[in-house]
Design a protein around this ligand. Structure first.
Ligand code: ZN
Length: 201
């Protein structure tokens, strides 16, 4: 198989990134992973994925003028976080599907906190199995998560309201049967889990 030229690859990736939202809206979540794997030649997918994440993050890296309570120079974040946490939380990257440590994690109690500032973001009972390959939550701790339209308007980004760390994206109207008809699609690397939920005790 001929490997596609760089412009063709870019075009393919751009199309994929722009249709991801539509995929989620129109495709039952459990088939999403299979669909994308079967519609892209595997070699292209594997070779392009690290680049894909970089491409997505660089195309969406817009200045965020929101003032968050926790403010740090990027150099300080870089020193505090692992390289992968920094790439996702501060540079709006995306981890590989089905690889995050909380993808198949279903505790009965506890709280998921921000990987950057430890603010409580999601309760254990907000989590559900969407089959999409990333942790999914149908609701968040009140006011803990901020929504912001991506620069191209195709998706809605979710960020920690305390430090502005990138969590993932939110998708609505997918009919998973949860009370809010929403799915917070969160990178595992953006969050930590504490079995003790201090707030509700
Ligand atoms: Zn945070």
């Amino acid at each position: 198989m001929r490997f596609p030229s760089l412009p063709n690859l870019l075009r393919t990736l751009h199309t994929v990134s722009n249709t991801t939202g539509a995929f989620f809206r129109s495709t039952p979540a459990y088939t999403f992973g299979r669909t994308i794997y079967s519609t892209l030649p595997r070699a292209i997918l594997y070779r392009s994925m690290p680049f894909f994440g970089g491409f997505l993050s660089s195309s969406r890296r817009m200045p965020d003028n929101t003032t968050y309570p926790v403010q740090k120079p990027e150099g300080e974040w870089q020193a505090q976080l692992s390289p992968e946490q920094f790439r996702v939380l501060r540079q709006k990257g995306t981890e590989f599907a089905h690889t995050g440590k909380y993808d198949k994690h279903y505790p009965t109690e506890g709280v998921y906190t921000c990987g950057g500032c430890e603010a409580p973001l999601y309760k254990a009972n907000h989590k559900f199995d969407s089959g999409c390959g990333w942790p999914a939550f149908w609701d968040a701790v009140p006011d803990a998560v901020t929504q912001k339209a991506d620069s191209d308007g195709s998706r809605t980004e979710i960020l920690c309201s305390n430090c502005g760390g990138h969590l993932g994206h939110i998708f609505k109207g997918e009919r998973f049967g949860n009370p809010k008809n929403e799915r917070h699609c969160v990178n595992s690397i953006s969050i930590n889990f504490s079995p003790k939920d201090e707030e509700s005790k």
